[in-house]
Ligand binder design. Sequence first.
Ligand code: SF4
Length: 375
Amino acid sequence: MGAEAHPIQPRFRDRGLAERILEGIRDLGVEANIMHVCGTHQDTIMRFGLDPLLRGCGIRVISGPGCPVCVTTQREYEEAGLLMEKGKIIATFGDAARVRGPRGSLLDRRAEGGDIRVVYGVRDAADISKRLGKEVVFLAIGFETTAPGTASLLLSDPPEGFSILCCHRYIPPVLDAILGMGEVGIQGFIQPGHVSTIIGVKPYERLSSKYGIPQVIAGFEPLDVLAAVYMLAKQIRDGRAEVENEYTRAVRYEGNPKALEAMDRVFEPVDIPWRGFPVVPGSGMALRKEFEAYDARKVYEDELSDVAALEISEDPNCRCGEVLRGVAEPEDCPLFGTACNPAHPRGPCMVSIEGACFISYRYGPRARAGLGQRA
Ligand code: SF4
Protein backbone atom coordinates (compact mmCIF):
# COMPACT_ATOMS: atom_id res chain seq x y z
CA MET A 1 0.00 0.00 0.00
CA GLY A 2 1.36 3.42 -0.62
CA ALA A 3 1.39 6.86 0.87
CA GLU A 4 -0.03 9.37 -1.54
CA ALA A 5 2.55 10.86 -3.89
CA HIS A 6 3.13 14.54 -3.30
CA PRO A 7 2.59 16.28 -6.60
CA ILE A 8 3.85 19.86 -6.58
CA GLN A 9 0.96 22.00 -5.42
CA PRO A 10 2.58 25.35 -4.56
CA ARG A 11 -0.79 26.75 -3.49
CA PHE A 12 -0.75 24.36 -0.53
CA ARG A 13 2.95 24.79 0.25
CA ASP A 14 3.26 28.53 0.53
CA ARG A 15 5.89 29.20 3.18
CA GLY A 16 4.62 32.66 4.09
CA LEU A 17 1.11 31.34 4.60
CA ALA A 18 2.46 28.41 6.64
CA GLU A 19 4.27 30.86 8.93
CA ARG A 20 1.10 32.93 9.37
CA ILE A 21 -0.94 29.83 10.29
CA LEU A 22 1.74 28.76 12.78
CA GLU A 23 1.65 32.25 14.28
CA GLY A 24 -2.13 31.94 14.53
CA ILE A 25 -1.80 28.61 16.33
CA ARG A 26 0.75 30.07 18.73
CA ASP A 27 -1.49 33.08 19.42
CA LEU A 28 -4.32 30.77 20.45
CA GLY A 29 -2.15 29.71 23.39
CA VAL A 30 -3.43 26.14 23.41
CA GLU A 31 -1.34 23.21 24.65
CA ALA A 32 -2.71 19.93 23.35
CA ASN A 33 -2.06 16.44 22.07
CA ILE A 34 -3.65 15.83 18.69
CA MET A 35 -3.80 12.41 17.08
CA HIS A 36 -4.04 11.56 13.40
CA VAL A 37 -4.76 8.11 12.00
CA CYS A 38 -3.23 8.26 8.56
CA GLY A 39 0.19 7.28 7.25
CA THR A 40 0.00 10.01 4.62
CA HIS A 41 -0.57 12.67 7.29
CA GLN A 42 2.44 11.33 9.17
CA ASP A 43 4.46 11.47 5.97
CA THR A 44 3.49 15.11 5.38
CA ILE A 45 4.17 16.11 9.00
CA MET A 46 7.63 14.52 9.06
CA ARG A 47 8.66 15.18 5.45
CA PHE A 48 7.95 18.90 5.72
CA GLY A 49 9.34 19.24 9.24
CA LEU A 50 6.01 20.34 10.72
CA ASP A 51 6.48 18.30 13.89
CA PRO A 52 9.04 20.54 15.66
CA LEU A 53 7.27 23.67 14.40
CA LEU A 54 3.98 22.54 15.91
CA ARG A 55 5.64 21.50 19.16
CA GLY A 56 7.01 25.03 19.32
CA CYS A 57 3.39 26.22 19.23
CA GLY A 58 2.31 23.91 22.06
CA ILE A 59 0.83 21.19 19.84
CA ARG A 60 2.09 17.62 19.89
CA VAL A 61 0.83 15.57 16.97
CA ILE A 62 0.65 11.86 17.77
CA SER A 63 0.54 9.13 15.15
CA GLY A 64 -2.22 6.57 15.75
CA PRO A 65 -3.31 3.32 14.06
CA GLY A 66 -3.37 4.78 10.56
CA CYS A 67 -1.21 2.26 8.71
CA PRO A 68 -3.37 -0.63 7.47
CA VAL A 69 -0.45 -3.00 6.91
CA CYS A 70 0.75 -2.29 10.47
CA VAL A 71 -2.59 -2.85 12.23
CA THR A 72 -3.22 -6.18 10.47
CA THR A 73 -2.52 -8.83 13.08
CA GLN A 74 0.15 -11.49 12.86
CA ARG A 75 -2.61 -14.11 12.97
CA GLU A 76 -4.06 -12.68 9.74
CA TYR A 77 -0.65 -12.81 8.06
CA GLU A 78 -0.26 -16.38 9.33
CA GLU A 79 -3.59 -17.32 7.74
CA ALA A 80 -2.19 -16.18 4.40
CA GLY A 81 1.06 -18.06 5.09
CA LEU A 82 -0.82 -21.24 5.89
CA LEU A 83 -2.83 -21.05 2.67
CA MET A 84 0.40 -20.51 0.76
CA GLU A 85 1.91 -23.59 2.40
CA LYS A 86 -1.17 -25.49 1.27
CA GLY A 87 -0.52 -24.58 -2.34
CA LYS A 88 -2.72 -21.52 -2.86
CA ILE A 89 -1.36 -18.49 -4.64
CA ILE A 90 -1.43 -15.45 -2.35
CA ALA A 91 -1.70 -12.01 -3.90
CA THR A 92 -1.22 -8.86 -1.85
CA PHE A 93 0.50 -5.49 -1.60
CA GLY A 94 4.30 -5.38 -1.52
CA ASP A 95 4.64 -4.08 2.03
CA ALA A 96 2.14 -6.62 3.40
CA ALA A 97 4.25 -9.36 1.81
CA ARG A 98 7.32 -8.13 3.74
CA VAL A 99 5.85 -8.07 7.26
CA ARG A 100 7.86 -10.51 9.37
CA GLY A 101 6.30 -13.02 11.71
CA PRO A 102 7.73 -15.93 13.69
CA ARG A 103 7.92 -17.97 10.48
CA GLY A 104 9.31 -15.14 8.39
CA SER A 105 7.42 -12.93 5.95
CA LEU A 106 5.18 -14.13 3.15
CA LEU A 107 7.96 -13.23 0.72
CA ASP A 108 10.46 -15.31 2.74
CA ARG A 109 8.19 -18.31 2.33
CA ARG A 110 8.66 -18.10 -1.43
CA ALA A 111 12.02 -19.75 -0.81
CA GLU A 112 10.14 -22.74 0.59
CA GLY A 113 8.09 -23.08 -2.60
CA GLY A 114 5.24 -20.71 -1.71
CA ASP A 115 3.71 -18.67 -4.51
CA ILE A 116 3.09 -15.03 -3.67
CA ARG A 117 2.29 -12.32 -6.17
CA VAL A 118 2.75 -8.67 -5.35
CA VAL A 119 -0.12 -6.65 -6.81
CA TYR A 120 -1.37 -3.08 -6.81
CA GLY A 121 -4.96 -4.02 -6.04
CA VAL A 122 -7.70 -6.58 -5.99
CA ARG A 123 -8.32 -6.43 -9.74
CA ASP A 124 -4.72 -7.43 -10.50
CA ALA A 125 -5.18 -10.40 -8.18
CA ALA A 126 -8.41 -11.46 -9.91
CA ASP A 127 -6.71 -11.09 -13.30
CA ILE A 128 -3.93 -13.46 -12.18
CA SER A 129 -6.50 -16.03 -11.12
CA LYS A 130 -8.31 -15.71 -14.44
CA ARG A 131 -5.16 -15.84 -16.54
CA LEU A 132 -3.67 -18.85 -14.74
CA GLY A 133 -6.98 -20.61 -14.08
CA LYS A 134 -5.72 -21.24 -10.54
CA GLU A 135 -6.87 -20.62 -6.99
CA VAL A 136 -5.69 -17.18 -5.96
CA VAL A 137 -6.37 -15.68 -2.53
CA PHE A 138 -6.19 -11.91 -2.23
CA LEU A 139 -5.01 -10.80 1.21
CA ALA A 140 -7.29 -7.77 1.38
CA ILE A 141 -5.84 -5.13 3.69
CA GLY A 142 -6.97 -1.57 4.17
CA PHE A 143 -9.57 0.79 5.55
CA GLU A 144 -12.65 2.30 3.91
CA THR A 145 -10.31 3.62 1.19
CA THR A 146 -9.52 0.26 -0.38
CA ALA A 147 -12.56 -1.74 0.76
CA PRO A 148 -14.86 -0.30 -1.94
CA GLY A 149 -12.52 -1.76 -4.59
CA THR A 150 -12.84 -5.20 -3.04
CA ALA A 151 -16.61 -4.79 -2.80
CA SER A 152 -16.93 -3.65 -6.40
CA LEU A 153 -14.87 -6.63 -7.64
CA LEU A 154 -17.08 -9.06 -5.74
CA LEU A 155 -20.19 -7.38 -7.13
CA SER A 156 -18.88 -7.81 -10.69
CA ASP A 157 -17.98 -11.24 -11.92
CA PRO A 158 -14.99 -12.63 -10.01
CA PRO A 159 -13.24 -15.57 -11.66
CA GLU A 160 -13.76 -19.07 -10.38
CA GLY A 161 -11.08 -20.02 -7.86
CA PHE A 162 -10.61 -16.44 -6.71
CA SER A 163 -11.20 -15.59 -3.07
CA ILE A 164 -10.64 -12.88 -0.50
CA LEU A 165 -8.89 -13.21 2.85
CA CYS A 166 -10.65 -10.20 4.25
CA CYS A 167 -8.68 -8.02 6.67
CA HIS A 168 -10.43 -4.73 5.86
CA ARG A 169 -11.20 -2.51 8.82
CA TYR A 170 -13.45 0.43 9.67
CA ILE A 171 -11.70 3.50 11.13
CA PRO A 172 -14.39 5.07 13.40
CA PRO A 173 -14.61 2.11 15.84
CA VAL A 174 -10.87 2.19 16.55
CA LEU A 175 -11.07 5.92 17.33
CA ASP A 176 -13.79 5.07 19.82
CA ALA A 177 -11.53 2.36 21.28
CA ILE A 178 -8.59 4.75 21.67
CA LEU A 179 -10.69 7.32 23.48
CA GLY A 180 -12.42 4.65 25.55
CA MET A 181 -9.10 3.10 26.65
CA GLY A 182 -7.89 6.53 27.76
CA GLU A 183 -4.24 5.44 27.65
CA VAL A 184 -3.14 8.61 25.94
CA GLY A 185 -4.59 12.05 26.59
CA ILE A 186 -5.89 13.33 23.26
CA GLN A 187 -7.59 16.67 22.90
CA GLY A 188 -8.39 16.44 19.18
CA PHE A 189 -8.31 14.24 16.08
CA ILE A 190 -7.10 15.06 12.59
CA GLN A 191 -9.26 12.72 10.53
CA PRO A 192 -7.99 11.06 7.37
CA GLY A 193 -8.88 12.68 4.05
CA HIS A 194 -8.84 9.46 2.00
CA VAL A 195 -11.15 7.52 4.31
CA SER A 196 -13.40 10.55 4.67
CA THR A 197 -13.93 10.89 0.91
CA ILE A 198 -15.73 7.55 1.26
CA ILE A 199 -17.45 7.78 4.66
CA GLY A 200 -18.06 11.54 4.74
CA VAL A 201 -18.45 13.54 7.95
CA LYS A 202 -21.34 11.86 9.75
CA PRO A 203 -19.60 8.76 11.19
CA TYR A 204 -17.31 11.00 13.26
CA GLU A 205 -20.11 13.02 14.84
CA ARG A 206 -21.00 10.38 17.42
CA LEU A 207 -17.45 10.56 18.80
CA SER A 208 -17.63 14.30 19.35
CA SER A 209 -20.89 13.98 21.27
CA LYS A 210 -19.76 10.88 23.22
CA TYR A 211 -16.31 12.13 24.24
CA GLY A 212 -16.51 15.90 23.69
CA ILE A 213 -13.60 15.64 21.27
CA PRO A 214 -12.94 18.17 18.51
CA GLN A 215 -12.22 16.67 15.07
CA VAL A 216 -11.10 18.10 11.74
CA ILE A 217 -10.96 16.18 8.46
CA ALA A 218 -7.79 17.21 6.64
CA GLY A 219 -6.14 16.93 3.25
CA PHE A 220 -2.51 15.92 2.80
CA GLU A 221 -0.60 19.03 1.84
CA PRO A 222 1.38 20.87 4.52
CA LEU A 223 -1.06 23.77 4.59
CA ASP A 224 -3.98 21.32 4.95
CA VAL A 225 -2.40 19.86 8.06
CA LEU A 226 -1.50 23.25 9.53
CA ALA A 227 -4.99 24.60 8.84
CA ALA A 228 -6.51 21.51 10.48
CA VAL A 229 -4.35 21.99 13.57
CA TYR A 230 -5.36 25.67 13.70
CA MET A 231 -9.06 24.70 13.45
CA LEU A 232 -8.62 22.12 16.22
CA ALA A 233 -6.73 24.52 18.48
CA LYS A 234 -9.49 27.07 17.98
CA GLN A 235 -12.16 24.51 18.91
CA ILE A 236 -10.16 23.56 22.01
CA ARG A 237 -9.73 27.19 23.04
CA ASP A 238 -13.42 27.90 22.48
CA GLY A 239 -14.54 24.75 24.30
CA ARG A 240 -16.26 23.33 21.21
CA ALA A 241 -16.34 19.67 20.15
CA GLU A 242 -17.40 19.55 16.51
CA VAL A 243 -16.49 17.78 13.32
CA GLU A 244 -15.14 20.29 10.83
CA ASN A 245 -14.05 19.62 7.30
CA GLU A 246 -10.86 21.31 6.12
CA TYR A 247 -10.68 19.06 3.04
CA THR A 248 -13.80 20.43 1.33
CA ARG A 249 -12.19 20.10 -2.08
CA ALA A 250 -12.54 16.30 -1.80
CA VAL A 251 -14.80 15.36 1.12
CA ARG A 252 -18.56 15.81 1.05
CA TYR A 253 -20.78 15.53 4.10
CA GLU A 254 -22.43 12.38 2.77
CA GLY A 255 -19.16 10.84 1.52
CA ASN A 256 -19.39 8.65 -1.55
CA PRO A 257 -22.86 7.04 -1.52
CA LYS A 258 -22.05 4.57 -4.31
CA ALA A 259 -18.94 3.28 -2.57
CA LEU A 260 -20.80 3.10 0.75
CA GLU A 261 -23.64 1.15 -0.84
CA ALA A 262 -21.21 -1.33 -2.42
CA MET A 263 -19.45 -1.82 0.91
CA ASP A 264 -22.72 -2.27 2.72
CA ARG A 265 -23.89 -4.92 0.24
CA VAL A 266 -20.67 -6.93 0.57
CA PHE A 267 -19.41 -6.44 4.15
CA GLU A 268 -20.85 -6.63 7.62
CA PRO A 269 -19.13 -5.34 10.76
CA VAL A 270 -17.50 -7.86 13.09
CA ASP A 271 -15.46 -7.57 16.28
CA ILE A 272 -11.75 -8.09 15.58
CA PRO A 273 -8.41 -7.28 17.22
CA TRP A 274 -5.97 -4.82 15.69
CA ARG A 275 -2.22 -5.17 16.19
CA GLY A 276 -1.48 -3.66 19.58
CA PHE A 277 -5.17 -3.44 20.49
CA PRO A 278 -7.63 -5.80 22.11
CA VAL A 279 -10.76 -6.76 20.16
CA VAL A 280 -12.33 -3.59 18.76
CA PRO A 281 -16.11 -4.00 18.52
CA GLY A 282 -17.55 -3.62 15.03
CA SER A 283 -14.21 -2.68 13.48
CA GLY A 284 -13.72 -5.57 11.05
CA MET A 285 -15.33 -6.09 7.68
CA ALA A 286 -16.47 -9.66 7.10
CA LEU A 287 -17.94 -10.85 3.82
CA ARG A 288 -21.70 -11.30 4.04
CA LYS A 289 -23.16 -14.78 3.61
CA GLU A 290 -24.12 -14.13 -0.05
CA PHE A 291 -20.40 -13.82 -0.83
CA GLU A 292 -19.15 -16.83 1.09
CA ALA A 293 -18.17 -18.56 -2.16
CA TYR A 294 -15.40 -15.92 -2.34
CA ASP A 295 -14.60 -15.88 1.36
CA ALA A 296 -11.24 -17.64 1.81
CA ARG A 297 -12.06 -18.29 5.49
CA LYS A 298 -15.14 -20.27 4.39
CA VAL A 299 -13.73 -21.85 1.23
CA TYR A 300 -10.56 -23.03 3.01
CA GLU A 301 -12.04 -23.60 6.45
CA ASP A 302 -10.30 -26.97 6.83
CA GLU A 303 -6.91 -25.67 5.71
CA LEU A 304 -7.20 -22.70 8.05
CA SER A 305 -8.25 -24.78 11.05
CA ASP A 306 -4.53 -25.27 11.78
CA VAL A 307 -4.06 -21.56 12.41
CA ALA A 308 -5.69 -21.92 15.83
CA ALA A 309 -2.91 -24.32 16.87
CA LEU A 310 -0.07 -22.05 15.70
CA GLU A 311 2.01 -20.32 18.34
CA ILE A 312 1.76 -16.75 17.16
CA SER A 313 4.01 -14.58 19.23
CA GLU A 314 4.88 -10.98 18.53
CA ASP A 315 8.54 -9.95 18.66
CA PRO A 316 8.78 -8.96 22.36
CA ASN A 317 11.33 -6.26 21.55
CA CYS A 318 9.23 -4.56 18.90
CA ARG A 319 7.03 -1.75 20.23
CA CYS A 320 4.78 -1.44 17.18
CA GLY A 321 1.68 -2.08 19.29
CA GLU A 322 2.46 0.90 21.52
CA VAL A 323 3.41 3.05 18.54
CA LEU A 324 0.06 2.23 16.92
CA ARG A 325 -1.82 3.14 20.10
CA GLY A 326 0.07 6.43 20.30
CA VAL A 327 1.64 5.63 23.68
CA ALA A 328 5.19 5.34 22.30
CA GLU A 329 7.08 7.09 19.55
CA PRO A 330 9.34 5.17 17.17
CA GLU A 331 12.43 6.65 18.81
CA ASP A 332 11.31 5.14 22.14
CA CYS A 333 12.02 1.68 20.72
CA PRO A 334 15.57 0.55 21.54
CA LEU A 335 15.80 -1.18 18.15
CA PHE A 336 14.89 1.91 16.15
CA GLY A 337 17.52 2.72 13.54
CA THR A 338 19.88 0.04 14.79
CA ALA A 339 18.61 -3.56 14.76
CA CYS A 340 15.47 -2.33 13.02
CA ASN A 341 15.74 -0.25 9.87
CA PRO A 342 14.01 -0.28 6.47
CA ALA A 343 16.54 -2.75 5.04
CA HIS A 344 16.04 -5.10 8.01
CA PRO A 345 12.65 -4.27 9.50
CA ARG A 346 11.69 -6.04 12.72
CA GLY A 347 8.11 -4.80 12.85
CA PRO A 348 5.44 -3.71 10.37
CA CYS A 349 5.78 -0.03 11.34
CA MET A 350 9.28 -0.13 9.78
CA VAL A 351 8.15 -2.15 6.74
CA SER A 352 5.32 -0.07 5.42
CA ILE A 353 5.91 3.31 3.85
CA GLU A 354 2.86 4.39 5.86
CA GLY A 355 4.40 3.08 9.09
CA ALA A 356 5.43 5.60 11.76
CA CYS A 357 8.86 3.97 12.27
CA PHE A 358 9.66 3.97 8.56
CA ILE A 359 8.62 7.61 8.23
CA SER A 360 10.59 8.65 11.33
CA TYR A 361 13.64 6.79 10.06
CA ARG A 362 13.36 8.58 6.76
CA TYR A 363 12.54 12.12 7.92
CA GLY A 364 12.77 12.29 11.73
CA PRO A 365 15.44 13.74 14.02
CA ARG A 366 17.85 10.92 13.25
CA ALA A 367 17.65 11.54 9.49
CA ARG A 368 17.85 15.30 10.02
CA ALA A 369 21.03 14.76 12.01
CA GLY A 370 22.43 12.78 9.08
CA LEU A 371 22.46 9.45 10.89
CA GLY A 372 21.65 6.26 9.03
CA GLN A 373 21.06 5.90 5.35
CA ARG A 374 17.96 7.26 3.73
CA ALA A 375 15.58 4.49 2.73
S1 SF4 B 1 11.60 0.48 15.41
FE1 SF4 B 1 11.19 -1.55 14.57
S2 SF4 B 1 11.15 -2.93 16.28
FE2 SF4 B 1 10.89 -0.85 17.07
S3 SF4 B 1 8.67 -0.46 17.14
FE3 SF4 B 1 9.37 0.25 15.18
S4 SF4 B 1 9.09 -1.48 13.80
FE4 SF4 B 1 9.01 -2.30 15.89
